[in-house]
Design a binder for this molecule. Structure first.
Ligand SMILES: [Zn+2]
Length: 374
């Protein structure tokens, strides 16, 4: 059966088309007198046209209008104000008018008002996104960022706690000549480091080969490390590497990551002594990423060059450890990335040579080796 032919439906007239040209009755106050007048208004292409006593209609352009409440679909009345006619109001009680006005002046609608109010939040959200992107792009982990915010006093307290934990059952080596020799070596490297604070380096009476950086420019070396070294340049190489970790705030970053950012922020605002006590133990177990080791190596090479100490010491130390296949390496953080040692050695060896003098005089080297002598 043939279906009846149907006339294609024309598009529905818009709210504005329906309201345009129509006259609506409104109550108008001019803002000067309290009396309200009954007037005829139209939605003109320029704005609301208000016809008062047959005079030339007043035009209120859409862009300068505001309403007492945002316009929503199905609103039956609206109170309109005009920015350039202080106190004047227009009250229209007609759904067709409100619908037409909403179409002509979309900034008055609920939707527009919602977006406008959401804008500050959108900006804040965009800001957070941007910071996250920067952090990510610059390879700054949030933990590292917080580490950079820790005040010097907090970093110093953290470091002191770590050193205390490390030397809890061990003696700090303090032979005056040894301490003097160590200070001279540290001084040469510190000067090249241009650190925000001078480094504090202590030696503990411990046979294990170990060296590590603690927060607050503090470094611990062991008697075992100095005993294993073939000369002062090797100790200087290890020291420069640990100083490199310190300069990069790797120990602080490790602490923040391990304890959590929230706790670190609490620590910044005072913190508790109980919190600090646990951190010492925690830091002893930290290990660094390959990227962090590489950053520390780069810093070490820079410091050695600045201090005019040959980078050969670092290479010799790597070789010594390679030969011992890690067994004699103890827990030197520098050597935890054992598989990469060949590569790290190659990088150190690729640095063009520069004029250098031994890290310590022979007398100072002997004094440093005896720093733990009673
Ligand atoms: Zn390291």
């Amino acid at each position: 059966m043939e279906r009846g032919w149907r006339k294609p439906s024309t598009s529905m007239p818009s709210d504005l088309e329906r309201a345009a040209g129509r006259a609506f009755t409104a109550r108008y106050t001019d803002g000067r007198s309290a009396a309200a007048a009954t007037v005829q208004v139209r939605l003109d292409e320029r704005g609301i046209a208000i016809a008062i006593h047959g005079a030339e209609p007043l035009i209120w352009p859409y862009g300068a209008l505001s309403t007492a409440a945002p316009l929503h679909a199905g609103a039956h009345d609206v109170l309109v104000r005009y920015a350039h006619q202080k106190g004047a109001t227009l009250f229209v009680e007609d759904g067709a008018f409100t619908a037409g006005l909403a179409a002509a002046a979309q900034h008055l609608t609920v939707r527009a008002v919602r977006i406008k109010h959401a804008t500050p939040w959108l900006w804040a959200f965009a800001g957070v996104l941007m910071i996250t992107a920067i952090v990510w792009a610059m390879n700054l982990s949030p933990a590292r960022m917080v580490a950079h915010l820790l005040p010097d006093s907090t970093r110093a307290a953290l470091g002191a706690q770590v050193v205390r934990s490390m030397s809890a059952n061990r003696r700090l080596c303090t032979s005056p000549d040894g301490v003097g020799a160590l200070a001279r070596m540290v001084g040469r490297l510190s000067e090249a480091a241009d650190a925000r604070k001078p480094f504090r380096v202590v030696v503990v009476d411990w046979g294990l080969v170990n060296a590590f950086a603690a927060p607050g420019e503090q470094i611990v070396l062991t008697r075992g490390l100095i005993g294993q070294a073939g000369g002062p340049d090797e100790v200087a190489g290890v020291l420069a590497h640990e100083m490199g970790h310190g300069l990069e705030l790797h120990p602080e970053t490790g602490v923040v990551r391990a304890m959590g950012i929230a706790a670190a922020i609490e620590l910044m605002s005072g913190g508790s002594s109980g919190m600090l006590a646990n951190i010492g133990q925690l830091l002893l177990q930290l290990s660094y990423t390959r990227a962090a080791e590489s950053e520390a190596d780069q810093q070490a090479l820079r410091l050695l060059r600045g201090a005019k100490i040959s980078q050969q010491g670092i290479i010799d130390f790597f070789s010594r450890v390679e030969k011992q296949d890690g067994s004699g390496a103890g827990r030197v953080d520098m050597l935890r990335t054992h598989p990469q040692i060949a590569e790290r050695k190659r990088i150190a060896a690729s640095v063009p040579s520069y004029p250098a003098t031994p890290a310590l005089s022979e007398a100072d080297w002997q004094a440093l080796k005896a720093i733990c002598a009673p």
